[in-house]
Design a protein around this ligand. Structure first.
Ligand SMILES: [Zn+2]
Length: 243
């Protein structure tokens, strides 16, 4: 994965850029503010605007030269374009994604390094995480709601860095699951997201700058999925506030 603008500057929601290549209903952009999806996080929504037109961005497709931005109604923009990310949806995804890290951290600590077997964030701001937790007591899982909300209130800083892939593989727990680990950059580095001293793991999604930007969460449901797996669903008690 290249260094994405949505990683380096997640607050940049409007970007003027150029079209590198175009086909009816799809364009390659010189730079893009959008998160293209992946790792259990839905892609951003937004629009592309040009002189004489505007189209909804409906999805993303990886290509050899970069990411194709799919446009509604077979739009054929030309000239300079303005890409605009749906800010409310981005804020929602950043919050719930960051909260999945906090949940993950407390499960990892409480249940002796239990690993994630799957994660999916919903477009409604809920998320489900599957953990490899044979014989876990669901009441102990439910009890994690309070420490998770404490970590949110403490407004812990969230930072990211890049480390060589080999170093990441050598450190236990840094790659919690192959399912959500981002692909390395072209120069062989992997992105690591750190929440203060609480959590450190490879991830390619979008996160808050500090945990306090998330509303509190609830643990909505815990399901037993097979003998080894517990599925924990969390949700925000309200949407994140406008900046
Ligand atoms: Zn993440």
């Amino acid at each position: 994965m290249a260094h994405l603008l949505c990683h380096e500057q997640p607050d940049t929601l409007v970007l003027d850029t150029e079209i590198l290549d175009a086909q009816p209903g799809r364009v390659l952009l010189q730079r893009s503010p959008f998160y293209p999806g992946g790792g259990g996080q839905p892609a951003d929504r937004g629009t592309l605007e040009w002189s004489g037109g505007v189209a909804r961005v409906t999805g993303f497709e990886p290509g050899i030269e970069g990411t194709w931005h799919l446009l509604a109604d077979g739009a054929e923009p030309r000239g300079p374009v303005r890409a605009t990310v749906d800010g409310a949806f981005r804020r929602l995804m950043r919050a719930v994604h960051t909260d999945t890290h906090i949940l993950n951290a407390f499960v990892f600590r409480t249940f002796d390094g239990a690993l994630v077997t799957g994660v999916q964030i919903g477009e409604d701001g809920t998320a489900r995480m599957d953990f490899d937790l044979p014989d876990a007591d669901n009441d102990r899982l439910r009890a994690l709601e309070a420490p998770i909300n404490d970590a949110i209130v403490q407004n812990l800083p969230v930072r990211f860095t890049y480390v060589p892939m080999a170093d990441a593989l050598a450190q236990r727990g840094l790659i919690r699951t192959q399912a959500v680990a981002p692909p390395p950059t072209p120069d062989g580095l992997i992105r690591i997201v750190e929440i203060a001293d609480l959590d450190r793991q490879a991830c390619g999604g979008t996160h808050l700058a500090a945990t306090g930007d998330s509303p509190p969460i609830r643990i909505l449901k815990i399901d037993n999925k097979g003998r080894h797996n517990r599925r924990v669903r969390i949700g925000l008690v309200r949407p994140p506030a406008d900046p």
